[in-house]
Write a protein that binds this ligand. Structure first.
Ligand SMILES: Cc1cc2nc3c(=O)[nH]c(=O)nc-3n(C[C@H](O)[C@H](O)[C@H](O)COP(=O)(O)OP(=O)(O)OC[C@H]3O[C@@H](n4cnc5c(N)ncnc54)[C@H](O)[C@@H]3O)c2cc1C
Ligand code: SF4
Length: 518
């Protein structure tokens, strides 16, 4: 065997032929390494759609590497020699292939970075970790941004990036004279519903994906989720098609209905691009450029385009910065001292709460729920119930096709569960069932009443909201943004407080909320 110079390690979320890891690649001297390993589906109880998303995209990327004549060592999940984990497999392949150096784009996950470093060190191999230039902002730049600031706020970071990258800018000022169109972006659908929403851009599964589906259904038979409606983009070409369809068909109403929910339709006017972005099938620069071009072509209003750009150039980059500047301690945060278990029905959808049943059914069927379902339905419930943040994190990391830790963890632990004590958001996102009633018609078809906080028909969200305020009253009173909500607690009589606490305790014991079969 000819001497191997560089072995380029490519992970399942690094599927970009132009990644920094390939700079200087010589197909006569170097080779690419990829491996499908069970550990990545078992370290959390990864859903079937999520595992298929990764493996099908990896196998299609392997074909793209072949077409680009880049030599590849690829281990399939069902290969008899499969080592079962990234570390074991890489170590075995290093012994077999004897490369002079390992090269890779810096992994997105802290855990994986430690594994690769350990393997390289044990093998005595130099490891060339390259900047992930997929992102607008490097970790070093984010660290600079964070230096000396008492608090980190997305809005400040976002404005800085708009200026720095000249996105939606007129000189030094934001186009339209406003940085933020949030106030225009909170509409619910009227009583007649969302009307003719364009169908989701769905891709027929090809032989490669079907083979993965059979494998996953066999190997991970007991894992949550279903595959009948798997139709995600798993190639670069499909990802680009999804982006174009979004810009053409959905972007113009994206902003307006960003926070709206409708039973049975998770897709609405959202982009459904997070998995393609996170696996690096799409580049955020092309996504932002396409949205901005739609504004200039008068195809979409500024409020929608700005709202969308804020998610990609703002939130997505910001959470990555938070993750890499806070890990590994971040994983351990539990500012609210929450210790309840996640209800078992989160994994099955068997609850009698209409809003949660719908969000969970979509999650299990598609590996997808839109942002407001994640934040203000599933996340809200777990927060107010008082679930241990690590369990909530393990659930979100397991169930969604777009779930990778650098983006999932800050969203879950920080934004949704307030477990970082206010680093990500200035206050906990708490609300009664009335919020859900305002943003969707779910409550009309529910056995509970969002206006009731105690009594047999009280909505569990409403009960838990008041219980949350009661349990955290002292701490929340110090937060000026919570003052109004906390003040309302003082208006409750002792008997009312006791009724709330008693019902919340029954919810925690599992006597309320789980689906009861006759
Ligand atoms: C508890 C919780 C867990 C989450 N876990 C993930 C996750 O594992 N992976 C993930 O990509 N997103 C996660 N998000 C953020 C967001 O909900 C998803 O990115 C979004 O729902 C994906 O659907 P979409 O592509 O249709 O997004 P759209 O609503 O159409 O938004 C457009 C794009 O903006 C980006 N984006 C929007 N909001 C955020 C955000 N808060 N953080 C980072 N990027 C954002 C995404 O890339 C998304 O594709 C989570 C949010 C919450 C509240
Ligand atoms: S009443 Fe409560 S549980 Fe039922 S759908 Fe409304 S918010 Fe959800």
């Amino acid at each position: 065997m000819a001497e191997l110079r560089d072995l380029i390690v490519v992970l399942g979320d690094q599927l970009d032929l132009d990644a920094a890891a390939f700079d200087g690649f010589d197909d006569g001297l170097d080779a690419v390494w990829m491996a499908e390993v069970a550990e990545e589906s078992n370290h959390v109880w990864s859903s079937k759609p999520r595992t298929v998303m990764f493996l099908a995209s990896m196998r299609h990327f392997a074909l793209a590497l072949q077409a680009a004549a880049r030599p590849l060592y690829y281990t399939r999940l069902d290969a008899p020699s499969n080592g079962g984990s990234l570390g074991t497999q890489l170590q075995a392949d290093i012994e077999r292939l004897r490369p002079a150096r390992l090269i890779m784009t810096t992994p997105g996950d802290w855990r994986v970075l430690q594994v690769i470093k350990t393997v390289a060190e044990a093998a005595g191999l130099p490891l060339d970790l390259r900047e992930d230039r997929h992102f607008f902002v490097s970790v070093r730049e984010f660290t600079e941004h964070a230096k000396g600031r008492k608090s980190l706020r997305m809005e400040v970071f976002y404005r800085e990036q708009r200026k720095r990258h000249g996105v939606l800018m007129e000189g030094n000022e934001p186009i339209g004279g406003q940085w933020n169109f949030d106030a225009d972006n909170r509409e619910a659908f009227g009583a007649t519903g969302p009307g003719a929403v364009p169908p989701r851009t769905a891709f027929e599964t090809d032989a490669v994906t079907r083979e993965v589906m059979v494998l996953v259904n066999t190997r991970f038979a007991t894992h949550p989720g279903r595959l009948e409606s798997f139709a995600w983009p798993v190639t670069r070409a499909q990802a680009v098609q999804s982006l174009q369809a979004f810009i053409r068909e959905r972007l113009s109403l994206f902003g307006r209905y960003q926070d709206a929910m409708w039973p049975g339709d998770p897709w609405l006017y959202h982009a459904h691009l997070s998995a393609a972005l996170n696996l690096k099938l799409l580049n955020p620069r092309e996504v932002v450029a396409a949205a901005v071009a739609a504004y200039h072509a008068r195809h979409a209003p500024l409020s929608s385009v700005e709202g969308f750009v804020r998610q990609i150039l703002g939130w997505r980059e910001y959470v990555r910065g938070i993750y890499w500047t806070q890990m590994p301690d971040y994983l351990e945060r539990n500012a609210l001292n929450a210790h309840e278990n996640l209800p078992a029905w989160f994994w099955t959808g068997a609850t009698d709460m209409a809003c949660l049943r719908d969000a969970l059914a979509q999650t299990l069927a598609h590996g997808y729920a839109n942002h407001i379902q994640r934040l203000m339905v599933t996340g809200l419930y777990a927060l107010m119930l008082g679930v241990q943040p690590k369990q909530v994190h393990a659930w979100y990391l397991a169930v969604y096709v777009d779930a990778v830790e650098w983006v999932e963890l800050p969203n879950t632990l920080g934004m949704s569960q307030y477990a970082d004590g206010g680093l990500m958001g200035s206050k906990p996102y708490i609300a009664t069932g009335k919020y859900i009633a305002r943003m969707s018609p779910h409550c009309k078809g529910c056995r509970y009443d969002p206006a009731q906080r105690s009594g047999d028909s009280a909505c569990p969200f409403t009960t838990l909201y008041w219980d949350f305020l009661l349990r955290h009253e002292a701490a929340l009173a110090k937060n000026p943004r919570m003052a109004l909500q906390v003040k309302n607690v003082a208006r409750l009589t002792e008997a009312q407080k006791q009724a709330v606490s008693a019902r919340a305790a029954a919810i925690r014991r599992g006597e309320i909320g789980a689906e009861r079969r006759a």
